[in-house]
Write a new protein. Structure first.
Length: 101
């Protein structure tokens, strides 16, 4: 049985979209993994460090943007935040906000 070309093209487009969405999710995980050294895996920090898991997305976003702009004092976060675009910082904040405390 032959699949009509229209159906095959539709399936290919949908498959590519699904792969693209999966790649975006993985990229956010890669960015978030860089935070693990200080803030723990998936934002579950060790005592003495700030946990990020389950925090308010808007608060996290604002903190990251403030670090990037130099409005919030830091020892290293201001330098790290400058390595990301504002949209990437928003995605990282959303990732940590979605993690269970």
């Amino acid at each position: 049985m032959t699949i009509p070309l229209r159906h095959a093209l539709t399936a290919a487009v949908l498959g590519a979209a699904a792969l693209s969405a999966h790649a975006q999710v993985d990229q956010v995980k890669v960015w978030a993994a860089a935070c693990a050294n200080c803030h723990g895996t998936n934002g579950h920090a060790q005592p003495g460090m700030e946990a990020l898991a389950g925090k308010d997305k808007d608060d996290l976003t604002q903190k990251l943007l403030d670090f990037k702009a130099g409005r919030k004092p830091a020892t290293i976060m201001h330098q790290l935040a400058k390595g990301y675009s504002d949209d990437e910082l928003r995605a990282i904040a959303a990732y940590f906000a979605a993690q269970k405390k």
